[in-house]
Design a protein. Structure first.
Ligand SMILES: Nc1ncnc2c1ncn2[C@@H]1O[C@H](COP(=O)(O)OP(=O)(O)OP(=O)(O)O)[C@@H](O)[C@H]1O
Ligand SMILES: [Mg+2]
Length: 261
């Protein structure tokens, strides 16, 4: 996207600070996510990437700073509140329930209930509807699994990641955040997850992607948010910088000069 095109800010953070005892995980971190983009968060181990997305998704509460969704300040007390606001997150340590099947995982925490029982104490889970909708979501994203009744613990790593991404894509109305979604995957499965990410973007939902895989990041991201020592040090694009230059910014070998993208 060119700089003179009007960009719509969806999710924003200003001056986030998060301390764990003597460790300062976030040290005045800013963040901007625009409509329809894939934003890659890059930085060395311990730079604060996971902590930043945990703050954005309600998994932790920052000590200082402000988060805005569509221009309004938000205070998420837990991930459920963020999810209700349309922010879906696939965490680094995958949050699927292994013993449950695909449909149950897709609707975990928001089971569909049988209609027509409003006001009744007996709100039965609508299993047929959840199975049908799960099938539609999975097919929609072209994920290759057999039955929606298959337990997640029997799926391959790639299929499991597919289910986690499908769940996020199905319910996110505003933002999808993914922390290293391809870290444990082979080439084919990684390619599948990248296709899913593009699919989500093509529906207009912006995606935040954390990855250490530079070729992958440069292939898929519209912009790169570079983190170092708990703060954003630069925003660049695959066109404005080379991989070597991006790595130099991450490690602090060079300081960022020029204009943020
Ligand atoms: N719950 C916690 N308790 C104590 N320290 C923490 C906690 N979570 C994160 N930290 C520390 O905060 C810093 C940032 O961690 P974070 O997980 O955000 O890094 P990261 O950029 O995601 O790294 P990686 O690439 O290795 O996943 C690290 O020094 C880490 O040890
Ligand atoms: Mg991390």
């Amino acid at each position: 996207m060119s700089a003179d095109q009007a960009r719509v800010l969806v999710l924003e953070a200003r001056g986030l600070v998060k301390r764990y005892g003597v460790v300062t995980a976030l040290n005045g971190a800013d963040f901007d996510l625009y409509a329809g983009e894939i934003l890659a968060l890059i930085g060395d181990n311990g730079a604060g990437k996971s902590t930043l997305i945990k703050a954005l998704s309600g998994a932790i509460t920052p000590d200082e700073g402000e988060i805005l969704l569509n221009g309004t300040t938000v205070h998420f007390r837990d991930p459920l509140e963020a999810r209700r606001s349309g922010i879906e997150t696939v965490y680094q340590d995958l949050a699927l329930a292994p013993a449950l099947d695909i449909a149950e995982n897709l609707f975990l925490g928001r089971e569909l209930r049988v209609r027509g029982l409003a006001g009744s104490l007996l709100r039965l889970a609508d299993r047929p509807r959840m199975l049908a909708e799960s099938r539609a979501h999975i097919a929609d994203l072209k994920i290759n699994v057999g039955s929606m009744k298959q337990a997640v613990e029997t799926l391959s790593g790639g299929q499991r990641q597919g289910v986690a991404v499908a769940r996020a894509a199905a319910f996110a109305s505003r933002v999808v955040i993914m922390d290293e979604p391809t870290a444990a995957l082979g080439v084919r499965e990684s390619g599948m997850v990248l296709d899913l990410i593009r699919e989500v973007r093509s529906r207009g939902t912006p995606v935040v992607l954390i990855s250490h895989n530079m070729p992958q990041v440069f292939e898929i991201a519209d912009r790169l948010h570079v983190m170092r020592l708990g703060r954003r040090v630069a925003t660049i694009t695959p066109a404005s910088h080379t991989m070597t230059e991006a790595v130099a910014l991450m490690t602090g070998a060079t300081a960022f000069q020029g204009k943020d993208e």
